[in-house]
Write a protein that binds this ligand. Structure first.
Ligand code: SAM
Length: 222
């Protein structure tokens, strides 16, 4: 099985492994931490009551459920069907789709705002990530905002990966192996996207969030 399909299968299993929505997306933090995260995302996306919001890599929908009251319509897409099923059960009035981030099944300029939180480090390589960002830009309206959250900063790659216990990693799913995570050079990313967006910003996360030291949020203004 390819590494891509292995990871997709592992996310499917992760969704089925527990009834806990936090565990399903691998973020078993406190309710307070989730509230802080949701507040931070609402502010960074500048969510408005009339907004049509898409969440790419929505997982079981917990984060989206905390944003939904701040906008008019919410939709989510994830490549693990079990995640989509959980999200649909949590948010029956929203639209959910099973599909890959690189091939969004939406017309161009469909959404006011787009969120993609904590999925870019699972991508196979930088080229894949770049094609995902271009696809996101396609489906968002001019004047809209894309927030790519929880992106691993390449400045910390050696430090984080040097902590990998490779023998132990053989016993855990690929998605949890530090050594396989993709880190991103934000300067290079900005250079590659400069012609496609009106503004590229790297934003810090609140210090209280557990992994904020090496994870940043990227905000793109169209
Ligand atoms: C860590 S979870 C994050 C879920 C949610 N965004 C959150 O922050 O709570 C990562 C999610 O991304 C999804 N995912 C990973 N790679 C994907 C891809 N290439 N296309 C679509 N979904 C993907 C996984 O199935 C999983 O549900």
């Amino acid at each position: 099985m390819s590494e891509f399909l292995t990871k997709q299968t592992e996310w499917q299993q992760q969704a089925e492994s527990s009834d806990d929505l936090k565990l399903q997306v691998g973020r078993p933090q406190s309710d307070e931490s989730w509230q802080l995260l949701a507040k931070d995302v609402v502010e960074k996306l500048k969510l408005h009551a009339t907004d049509n919001l898409l969440d790419v890599g929505c997982g079981s929908g917990l984060l989206l459920s905390k944003l939904a009251t701040n906008c008019a319509y919410v939709s989510g897409i994830d490549y693990a069907q079990a995640m989509v099923d959980k999200a649909q059960a949590l948010l029956p009035n929203a639209q959910f789709y099973c599909g890959e981030a690189k091939k969004l099944p939406f017309a161009s300029r469909s959404f006011d705002k787009l969120l993609s939180y904590s999925i870019f480090h699972y991508f196979p390589d930088r080229e894949y990530a770049l094609s995902v960002v271009k696809e996101m830009i396609r489906v968002v309206k001019p004047g809209g905002i894309i927030l790519i959250g929880d992106v691993l900063d390449a400045n910390y790659e050696n430090e984080i990966k040097s902590k990998s216990n490779l023998a132990y990693e053989q016993k855990i799913p690929n998605i949890h192996r530090y050594s396989q995570w993709q880190f991103y050079d934000f300067v290079q990313l900005e250079r590659e996207l400069s012609d496609l967006v009106s503004q590229f910003e790297v934003l810090t996360q609140p210090n209280e969030l557990a992994l904020s030291g090496y994870r940043k949020d990227i905000r793109l203004w169209l």
